[in-house]
Ligand binder design. Structure first.
Ligand code: AMP
Length: 411
């Protein structure tokens, strides 16, 4: 893999695409969670320690191609300085003459942060001329922003075309993501169990299809399970259901049956068997457990039930590889968090007990792992929600291809 480990950055100017898309307090505009900035520090340090200079570029929020103070990366400066232990320079526009002057005068050991790339609509459009300009800030390009690696944006993908093959690399964060996701998807130790939850079948159907190629067990939880249950003829009451994707769900289940009939390998798709139900979508203790195929018409399922939890635990108990993305229920409501909580603890327990390799990704699943302080008991926690899902679907991402393929076009 094209990592920066064996590269010397002495006298180089590294243009690093980082993910500083951090949450800011609405009134003070102060960074409220610096996890993403912290994650980029090792790559920045490596360049500085080697005797190189660093130009940082990122997006922040969704400014839709116009300049807005609430999306300015200037709000991150003090946090970066504190984490790096040194002052940094800031260019209040990423491609202005002043920005190029700052980057051209940058000395070894110095850091320059460019203003939000998305103040230009060209960034998200993957505009070639814009990318060419960005490329002029550095002599080497490093992508350390896994969270946006699924986008063919100017700074994440197109810019790499303007660096020769030996001048573009994955940063530490990005390399770890690629390495761990490849490990679980390309050479998983068996049995491999994937747990997929969340709201919509339509969002995750391609992920489920891709998983049938590698996983032995596919556990489906969350609201999306109800579309499958309805497709199989169950009564799901007023649970969330994508009626226009019932056919999609049915087709998926039929394809599995056909695959299983044709091959020696048996893929198991495991759906919940019961659900914790309530009459309204609210965090109320007034709930009852029902068979998932027999939910009364005036109730909706908001979490998986105790029998489903046990069923899923039994499957996980013998697993050697586990991939988890998406909550089992409305875990934001304390009355309906049990399913997600039990899965989080089980994944952690099996990782330790079976010496299994576990990967958790997606905002909600990662939030659950953090909420129960299980971060250190999971083999790898992915920082990219959408990027991880697209990696599962396609086995690669535009941002990865851009580093690994030789597409050099001299500026
Ligand atoms: P996603 O973004 O597709 O991963 O979906 C996550 C969202 O699905 C979370 O906000 C959950 O509250 C929601 N969710 C999970 N299970 C259910 C359910 N049974 N009914 C309604 N929403 C659910």
């Amino acid at each position: 893999m094209k990592t920066i480990d064996n590269i010397s950055f002495k006298n180089e100017k590294a243009l690093i695409r980082v993910d500083f898309n951090v949450p800011l307090d609405k009134t003070t505009l102060k960074v409220t969670d610096d996890t993403r900035i912290k994650a980029a520090i090792p790559t920045i340090r490596k360049v500085l320690n080697d005797g190189g200079a660093v130009v940082l570029m990122s997006h922040l929020g969704r400014p839709k191609g116009t300049r807005e103070n609430k999306y300015s990366l200037s709000h991150t400066i003090s946090v970066i300085e504190q984490l790096l232990g040194q002052k940094i320079k800031f260019a209040d526009d990423c491609i202005s003459p002043q920005a190029f002057e700052l980057s051209s005068l940058l000395q070894p050991g110095e850091v320059l942060l460019l203003e939000n790339l998305r103040f230009y609509p060209e960034e998200e459009k993957g505009d070639i001329e814009f990318a060419k300009k960005l490329a002029q800030h550095g002599t080497i390009y490093i992508n350390d922003a896994f969270g946006t690696a699924h986008r063919a944006h100017a700074s994440t993908t197109i810019v790499a075309n303007f660096f020769p093959n030996n001048k573009k690399y994955f940063g530490y964060l990005m390399a770890k993501e690629v390495e761990n996701l490849r490990k679980i998807l390309q050479s998983p130790e068996k049995p491999f169990t994937a747990i997929v939850g969340g709201a919509k079948v339509s969002d995750k159907i391609k992920v489920l299809e891709a998983l049938t190629k590698v996983a032995d067990n596919i556990i489906i939880g969350g609201a999306m399970a109800f579309t499958f249950i309805k497709a199989k003829g169950g009564n799901i009451g007023k649970s969330l259901c994508e009626n226009d994707h019932i056919e999609t769900a049915l087709h998926f289940l039929n394809q599995i049956e056909i695959k299983n009939a044709q091959s020696i390998k048996n893929i198991r798709v495991i759906l919940p068997v019961d659900a914790v139900c309530a009459s309204e979508f609210m965090d109320s203790p007034n709930n009852s457990v029902h068979d998932i195929t027999d939910i009364p018409t005036d109730l909706m399922g908001l979490d998986i039930g105790p029998k489903s939890i046990q069923l899923f635990k039994d499957i996980l108990a013998s697993s050697k590889s586990i991939l988890w993305n998406g909550p089992m229920g409305v875990f934001e409501f304390s009355n309906f968090e049990t399913g997600t909580k039990e899965i989080a603890f089980t994944v952690a327990e099996i990782t330790h007990k079976n010496n299994a390799f576990s990967v958790v990704g997606g905002g909600d699943s990662v939030a659950a792992i953090n909420k129960y302080n299980l971060e250190n008991q999971i083999s790898f926690i992915s920082t990219g929600g959408g990027a991880m899902l697209e990696f599962i679907e396609n086995g690669t991402l535009p941002g990865i291809e851009a580093i690994e393929s030789n597409t050099y076009q001299p500026v």
